[in-house]
Design a protein around this ligand. Structure first.
Ligand code: SF4
Length: 187
């Protein structure tokens, strides 16, 4: 399915309670043939306002680290595990994630990336579970490359610390930089 059609389905979706408080759904943006797909946890306030992922302070930090690594945002695709903002930016519930994950699966099948970069523990655990990979927490998994064979061929999963976690603890910026540096060989 084309990404535009998936975005249309997301925009009309009422499969979980998160649709009630959203200003707009945030399906994801980027290159429909991206070699690298970033997957965050959920939209925040600014993402909900603008309908685009990673446009707040965390998004600006991600942009800065990508630019430093010579990676352009328009070359990658960025989305989230859940497509509507949880009230107060709370962690999405298991039920909400289960309701929404089919859209992420469809996006990944449509794009066929070589690399998936889950940003943060929620996305990291979700992607690890999807592909039957081990998960031992963000601090151990950051930047660790794991290869999985999917119906679309071999995919490398490289978890990275969430930029919002770096904003809370700037001393962790090196973790994000190290994980993003690993993407250079794939782009
Ligand atoms: Fe639908 Fe996902 Fe939004 Fe829930 S979070 S309403 S499943 S698009």
């Amino acid at each position: 399915m084309e990404l535009g059609e998936i975005a249309r389905l997301v925009g009309e979706c009422r499969k979980c309670g998160l649709h009630r408080n959203r200003k707009q759904a945030v399906p994801g943006v980027g290159n429909p043939r991206a070699k690298v797909v970033f997957v965050g946890e959920a939209p925040g306030y600014w993402e909900d306002q603008q309908g685009k992922p990673f446009v707040g302070r965390a998004g600006k930090l991600l942009d800065e680290v990508l630019t430093s690594a010579g990676i352009k945002r328009e070359d990658v695709f960025i989305t989230n595990v859940v497509k509507c903002r949880p009230p107060g930016n709370r962690r999405p519930s298991k039920e909400e994630m289960e309701a929404c994950i089919p859209y992420l699966n469809m996006q990944l099948e449509s794009i066929g990336p070589r690399v998936i970069v889950p940003l943060g523990a929620v996305a990291g655990e979700t992607i690890a579970r999807k592909y039957g990979l081990p998960w031992s927490g963000m601090f151990k998994e950051n930047g660790v490359e794991r290869k999985v064979v999917t119906i679309l061929g071999e995919v490398t999963v490289i978890p990275a610390i969430h930029p919002a976690a770096v904003l809370r603890n700037p001393e962790n910026k090196g973790m994000l930089v190290r994980a993003i540096e690993k993407l250079k060989e794939f782009i």
